[in-house]
Design a protein around this ligand. Sequence first.
Ligand code: SER
Length: 593
Amino acid sequence: MEPNQLRSEFLNFMEQRGHKIVPSSSLVPDDSSVLLTTAGMQQFVPYLSGKIEPPYKRACSVQKCFRTGDIEEVGDNTHHTFFEMLGNWSFGDYFKEEAIKMAWEFLINFCHLDKEKIRITVFKGNEDIPADEEAIKLWEKQGVKKEWIFKFDMEDNFWGPTAKTGPCGPCSEIHYDRGKEFAIRECSIKGCGPNCNCGRFVEIWNLVFMEYNKDGGYQLLKQKNIDTGIGFERLVAILQEKNSAYNTGLLQPLIKELEKKSGQQYDSQKKTFRILADHIRSACFLIADGILPSNLDRGYILRRIIRRFIRYARLLNLTGNWYLSLIETVVNLYGETYPEIKNGKENIITVIQKEEEKFGRALAKGLKELEKLQPIDGVVSGSEAFYIYQTFGFPIEMIEEELEKRDLTVNSNEFELESKKHQDVSRAGAEKKFGGVGIKNAQNKEEAAKLAQLHTATHLLHAALRQVLGDHVGQMGSDINFERLRFDFSHQEKVTAEELKKVEDLVNEKIAENISVKKEIMSYQEAIVSGALAFFKEKYPTEVNIYSINSFSKEICAGPHANETGNLGHFKIIKEQSSGAGVRRIKAVLEQV
Ligand code: SER
């Protein structure tokens, strides 16, 4: 079965069983305590925790996910940074029995997997949470033999929460026996099964019986939920009878293109080819969701991914614009399922090009600087390594590799501490930078009204920029005084005169339409689910205001705003300039007409 077909067949299957098809959420999660979306359930946390009444009781999705915990393993048969998850959810509706029945039906009756090869794992219980005897019975009811059901502890069979607190529960995993010929190492263990490191068994589906909330200890939730996730890449590999997703239609086209570009054979350097294919795909997805390379948080993850693939490309003697046709291949493979990849293509190319140039310059300087380090007993201090990392943007593993060549190592604990210190300082700075609109400084009603008008104009400008330049545009900062508004936003290129004119016209069009500015109060999670834009996630209280200017603009914002757009005057952009790497700044005024 082809990947596109499998995605839609899964969604159809679940839709026929009463699930609402929900689009994948962004790789940038709403929960600010989590860097990237690592599982399909993240967008549903408010429903799973019972904090928000869901608009539907059952949902299913194909979700973009990203995990960096295993980045060193990428290149083997089963690890990827970016991957997709197929999932189905019940929010206080069906529970174990139906979830197990549906999973079985999909895999055995629909995908025609051999049921003799299915192995199951369940939670064996501990002092807080009892063993899952019920799941064992339910699997037996489907025809799974007792000896094919394995019990494991918390580490393997308890899922979540994704943040420090939140919904979680015991889980039951479905594994598939790919046979001895697929094992990566010899194994003579009698009754070898899931979790044996011979690699013969592949986990394909995780069913989480989400009935707990973790907040210190474990409390029972008001409702019993189901959260499931199929590793899409793994299921595709099994259905296409390949030992790895790298050899399926999901990644092979990228590997073929790399062979063509480099003139070298995949079989001769599998790991390098696989890392390149994985990282190019994941960089495209990160950039398409608005992330830019930086030395902080998710920006750093992207920087690390791009710089890693540039280094691996050199091993295949790939230089110049070799990645252009690979980006094109990613667009061909994924553009239909994820339109942001197709629409973001030009932006993806620019971001990668700029990062490559920057890396080239930093590399030359940084390598010189490495020679000046003063290691003690062969160990470079964390602060010295952090200096190289921060000043020259060398990913930490690259510093380690370069030092290894010189028989040196880094004190990595010290490095972590330095890095943490730096992040705390930057966060505090960002919060200060993105303060409110400053209405409290207004001396009289007229001044207050002017500030509110400029604030509304800022929302119109933001929406217009996204419409003209693309969805990668996001607010990076905003400042208003009585004369003008200033707006910083993510965008790589200088905005052309023609684009500026389009933006200006669009804003003035919305002013002419005299649209009323609507304010609603809702919980932060609800606001996000309703599609409102939010930018400084750390700062929002649980209850937020949403300001909408019909369907054109919808943002979480403290306000205040004009009551309608008609009295704003004439919007005019007076300046467009750079405001840091990948950030542009616009200053604009409202002229009285
Ligand atoms: N949340 C679970 C997982 O990611 C099931 O979807 O494995």
